[in-house]
Design a protein around this ligand. Structure first.
Ligand code: AMP
Length: 215
């Protein structure tokens, strides 16, 4: 196979970002992530679309999904520029899944399984370097010096949508909109479930094996 086209699904906090970075590195594919793309364009003016709010930020800070028209365009543009990819954070509802079917075929669909209690702990304790984007956790993976990034010395911050209230809303949105997407791929017989409640290196061993098995 040429460069693999991989989709990774899972709840917020399941470890999709962490695994995607490793996959992109190991298999030399592009990391296409709607969350990062939207964070980099949070204040983009989308008022001409006639939607409820005028910027992605307004949706993101409430834990809601950014409208499909915005997200579909980001993914379509990104996929048109690459052969292999690891797609992370999309599709998050059934309309997006159908849209993706029109855009490309996938070689592997992975789903990271993590229990809800663990997701809340992971997300509310997550801290991110404002400079380089490195991830930490106040209990599970603290930096050497509190509030300071080990990698670059930058300030560690909590993402606006990692507060307890917004995390609960993101998980509700996940249950309602994204779980059906996982069932959609499961029904097709293309889904590989991976236990995400293990150290990231152990999860990656299984992820790597799964991708290798289809190459
Ligand atoms: P993430 O970093 O993937 O958890 O995404 C952060 C936020 O960006 C989400 O809570 C949504 O508000 C928005 N977002 C990311 N991906 C999508 C998507 N595929 N569809 C709609 N909204 C998205």
């Amino acid at each position: 196979m040429s460069d693999p086209r991989i989709l990774i699904l899972g709840a917020p906090g399941a470890g999709k970002g962490t695994q995607s970075v490793k996959i992109a590195d190991e298999f030399g594919v592009a990391h296409v992530t709607t969350g990062d793309a939207l964070r980099a364009n949070k204040d983009m003016d989308i008022s001409d679309l006639g939607l409820a709010y005028d910027t992605p930020r307004a949706y993101m800070d409430r834990g809601e999904l950014v409208p499909d028209a915005v997200v579909n365009a980001i993914v379509e543009e990104a996929l048109s520029q690459t052969d292999g990819f690891i797609l992370d954070g999309y599709p998050r509802n059934m309309d997006q899944a159908e849209e993706l079917d029109e855009m490309t075929e996938l070689d592997v669909v992975l789903a990271l399984d993590v229990s809800e209690g663990e997701l809340v702990d992971r997300l509310t304790g997550r801290r991110v370097c404002a400079e380089c984007g490195s991830n930490y956790h106040v209990d599970f993976d603290p930096p050497d010096e509190s509030g300071i990034c080990d990698a670059c010395g930058g300030q560690l911050i909590q993402r606006d949508d990692d507060t307890e209230e917004t995390v609960k809303e993101r998980l509700r949105v996940y249950r309602e909109n994204t779980k059906p997407v996982i069932e959609y791929y499961d029904d097709r017989g293309t889904l590989v479930r991976v236990n995400g409640e293990r150290p990231p290196e152990d999860v990656f061993d299984e992820v790597e094996e799964t991708i290798e098995s289809v190459r």
